[in-house]
Write a protein that binds this ligand. Structure first.
Ligand SMILES: [Zn+2]
Length: 341
């Protein structure tokens, strides 16, 4: 049975058992992930990302059942939970690393936000005066709502609001929260969040490929030309030095790109780059703007919270993306942006 009409590139972020009431859609449970891989192995031809791209480059027709698996950011749970499964099913995968985070317990800004806001005492938080020049009124309100009772919907709206502010204002707010409340909530004593170089090397020797997702997860369209160049060049060099293999793949943080950024990535020595927007892959596709499809927990779970082959099949067909895209345009203009991390 042919599930999709063109080769698919899937992308995940975290594979872990998680609290669904707070998670903003970036995690998938270990059991669900295994069911998905088992299903893909049976019904698709899981191939390395490189091989799909190679066919695109050579304008060779791809098999309709070719599918590639990718992960963004380089979370430690990729090693702990996803790696044993992809190894067991002999499924190739590519992980895009954020090199400054490798081996650390640092948190990417959205994780930092959730970590701090979910641990603050509303009373204590209320008494500390916000400064208007730092927090626009609507952000202040949204932050307070999350501190009172953090829920997926509220935190998602706040994340999208912060994304729309742009990197520098967002960074300012996150730094303010960390400086004032970070220690109180124990942000420095959390366990390691990202894979270590030893773990990466082990995976690299066992069928997992690595690409760059920049050094700091900066949105490249929001920083200077020089800084963007530094992010793409330095991250590539570090990964190559550590794993002793050439790095040819790049993934744009937040899926944000422009002609100028594509040019920087190409000139930095990458052979191709993937983004976050689901679209049809044609053989003559732009190699520096390759579409992927994000996979979420709900994409293969039915209303009884059980794995559903038919739901997953429909999801992979892409039919729902079109519907959701239409819905998100009319109901929630930010919904689509949540996938872009
Ligand atoms: Zn990312």
């Amino acid at each position: 049975m042919k599930q999709s009409q063109f080769p698919l590139i899937l992308y995940y972020h975290r594979v872990r058992d998680f609290d669904e009431t707070v998670d903003v859609g970036l995690s998938i449970s270990v059991e669900n992930f295994e069911n998905q891989i088992q299903y893909l192995k049976k019904n698709y031809n899981i191939v390395p990302l490189d091989s799909i791209v190679k066919k695109m480059r050579n304008v060779e027709p791809s098999s309709l059942t070719d599918i590639a698996i990718t992960f963004d950011d380089g979370y430690k749970d990729n090693y702990d939970n996803a790696y044993p499964i992809i190894k067991r099913y002999n499924a190739p995968a590519t992980i895009f690393l954020t090199t400054d985070y490798v081996g650390t317990n640092k948190l990417l800004w959205w994780d930092k936000l959730i970590f701090i806001l979910s641990r603050l005492n509303p009373e204590e938080f209320k008494n500390i005066p916000f400064r208007d020049e730092i927090f626009p009124e609507r952000i202040k309100y949204m932050v307070m709502e999350c501190v009172k009772n953090i829920k997926k919907g509220k935190i998602s709206l706040l994340i999208n609001e912060l994304k729309s502010l742009g990197s520098s204002k967002r960074e300012f707010i996150l730094n303010y929260l960390e400086e004032n409340y970070g220690e109180r909530v124990g942000i420095n004593s959390i366990p390691r969040t990202f894979m270590s170089w030893d773990e990466i090397k082990e995976m690299s020797n066992n069928g997992v490929s690595f690409g760059s997702h920049t050094c700091t997860h900066s949105v490249l369209t929001e920083i200077s030309y020089e800084k963007a160049r530094e992010e793409t060049i330095r991250s590539k060099r570090i990964i190559e030095e550590k794993i002793g293999k050439k790095v040819s793949a790049f993934a744009y943080p937040d899926g944000c790109l422009s002609d100028k950024i594509k040019n920087i990535v190409e000139k930095s020595g990458y052979l191709y780059a993937v983004q976050t927007f689901r679209g049809k892959i044609y053989e003559k596709a732009d190699l520096f703007s390759i579409s992927r499809k994000m996979i979420k927990e709900g994409h293969s779970k039915n209303i009884f919270r059980k794995f559903s082959k038919s739901l997953f099949t429909i999801e992979l067909s892409g039919a729902l993306d079109q519907l959701l895209l239409r819905k998100s345009r009319t109901e929630n203009p930010y919904e689509k942006n949540l996938d872009r991390i």
